[in-house]
Write a protein that binds this ligand. Sequence first.
Ligand code: CA
Length: 235
Amino acid sequence: MEEKKRVLIVEDEKSIVDIVRFNLEKEGYAVLTAYDGEAGLSAARENKPDLILLDVMLPKRNGFDVCRILREEGDNVPVIILTAREGESDKVLGLEIGADDYITKPFSMRELLARVKANIRRTAMLQAEAEEPAAVITAGDLTINPGNYQVSKHGSPVDLTQREYELLVFLAGHPGRVYSRTDLMEQVWNYDYVGDDVRTVDVTVRRLREKIEDDPASPALILTKRGVGYYFAAQ
Ligand code: CA
C-alpha cells in the first residue's frame, strides 16, 4: 500500500484545525498539527511533511517568518498560506517569500482539498522530471538547465522560487504559444478546479520578469498577449 502523504497544519484556531484535519484524514492524508509558529517550524524540520498549510497570524512567529526560514534552510516543501485578509498584500508577500499558494479564509473545503492535492501531485511530478531531465533551453542570454534547476542570465545564476522556475520552464518549452491565466493555473499550478483567482499568475509573471528581463517594464522574453494571456518569445 502506498504510504500516506503527510500534511502539517499550522494554525492557532482550533476549530479550523479540527475541520481541516477531519477532511484531510477522510481523503487519506496523515495529519500533523501545530498551534503556533515556533511549533510549526519545529514540526516541519523534524517530520518533513509533504505539504504545509500555514496560517499567517500565529502566536510566537507569524506564518511569513516560518515560510521564509524554511526556504532559507533549503526546504522546498509545498506551502499553502492561509490568509484571513482579502487584500492583495498578503498574497503578494506570501508568493514573494516562496509560498506556493494561498487560500483566503473563509475557504471552501473543496477548494482546500483541490489545492492540497494539486500541490502534492506537482511535487511528485517534479521529482520524476528531475530523474529524467529535459534538454537545456537557451533564449538570448538566458539559459535554463532542467537537469539541475539552474537558470542563468549573462552566465550569472538567477535565483527563482520553485513556482517561478516551473512557469518559466513551461512557457519557454512552448515558445510562441499563448496561454491564458486559467490555462497556466491548470498546466503549471496543476489545478483541476480554477476559481476566480488567477491573479497568482500575474504576480508570478511580474516577479519572474523582474528577475530575467533586461527591462521588466518592456519584457523581451515573457510577453503579454493583451486580453488573452502570456507567451514566451519565439527565438
Ligand atoms: Ca491565526
